[in-house]
Write a protein that binds this ligand. Structure first.
Ligand SMILES: [Zn+2]
Length: 305
């Protein structure tokens, strides 16, 4: 069995949304409730996230954008993305969680870590938040991994939406490989197969856009073939995963037809492709509470092996 840990803190519940916004704190309450009631809580390791330092965030985002977030108080960053009084704090801990996870695997305290965090991160670009995302948690974790000596960081993003932010941040970087499967055309509009990176980073971004209605065959196939091949060529020494469970057929925000079994196979394929490299999962989307909670529990069970 693999040494597997969960990173969570109630600080993430303090990021409050206007009424009827889908990205609610109930998402994490549902996940933690399911992990507890299933008995999984007692079987895994636990850690508290650290608060990301200014320099961790500045390794990804512009100082100007960081100032916008810290000084906003409350209000909308974009038509979908709300900032409440405690959002800045929650966002610093969400990014810090991925940093903590990277440190844990680096020090051998865990081999695989799941970060149950919010706000999510993969839509956040260098100089702007969007799509419910404030800071790009996985990107901040990837930059931190590079800083402490990992040479090749691979990011797999199976959220139903394209991670435009993560792609933008590493588009010209050949030390961070970004792989994404997503519904297309769909929000945010990026993620064509022709977007492959630029400059030194050319060939280090891979997008697998899928039409509405695509299901287990297409999704699992993308990970069993394209992702596996890309990982075999890139030989990552750490794999970070933007785990968005809105790819599920019962998610209200999108139109893929992936089943419970498909989600599990996607996760298993990523684990297999990673070989012996450490794995750090960070929660992104997923808006059907039951599906989300069940999928997160199953993901952690797969990680445990
Ligand atoms: Zn999403």
């Amino acid at each position: 069995m693999k040494k597997t840990a969960l990173i969570y803190d109630d600080v993430f519940l303090g990021h409050r949304m206007p009424e009827s916004h889908p990205e609610t704190s109930d998402r994490l309450r549902a996940c933690i409730g399911e992990i507890r009631s299933s008995g999984l809580w007692e079987k895994i390791g636990h850690a508290r996230p650290e608060r990301a330092a200014e320099e961790d965030v500045a390794a990804v985002h512009t100082r100007e954008y960081m100032k916008t977030v810290s000084s906003l108080g409350s209000g909308y960053l974009d038509p979908d993305t709300y900032v409440s009084e405690q959002t800045h704090e929650a966002a610093l801990y969400a990014a810090g969680a991925v940093k903590t996870a990277v440190t844990m695997v680096d020090e051998g305290r865990a081999e695989r870590v799941f970060c149950a965090v919010r706000p999510p991160g993969h839509h956040a670009e260098r100089d702007r938040g969007m799509g419910f995302c404030i800071f790009n948690n996985v990107a901040i974790g990837a930059r931190y991994a590079r800083k402490i000596g990992y040479h090749r960081v691979m990011i797999a993003d199976f959220d139903v939406h394209h991670g435009n932010g993560t792609q933008e941040i590493f588009y010209e970087d050949d030390s961070v490989f970004y792989f994404s499967t997503h519904q297309f055309p769909h929000y945010p509009g990026t993620g064509r197969a022709s977007e492959k990176g630029a400059g030194a980073g050319e060939g280090f971004t891979m997008n697998i856009p899928l039409p509405a209605g695509a299901g287990d065959t297409e999704l699992v196939g993308a990970y069993e073939e394209s992702f596996r091949d890309a990982a075999a060529r890139f030989e990552p020494d750490i794999v970070l995963v933007s785990a968005g469970y809105d790819l599920h057929r019962d998610d209200p925000l999108a139109g893929l037809e992936v089943t419970d079994s498909g989600v599990e196979k996607v996760v298993s394929s990523i684990v297999e492709a990673a070989g012996g490299s450490p794995l750090v999962f960070a929660l992104e989307g997923g808006y059907n509470l039951e599906v989300l909670a069940r999928s997160v529990r199953r993901t952690i069970e797969v990680l445990m092996g």
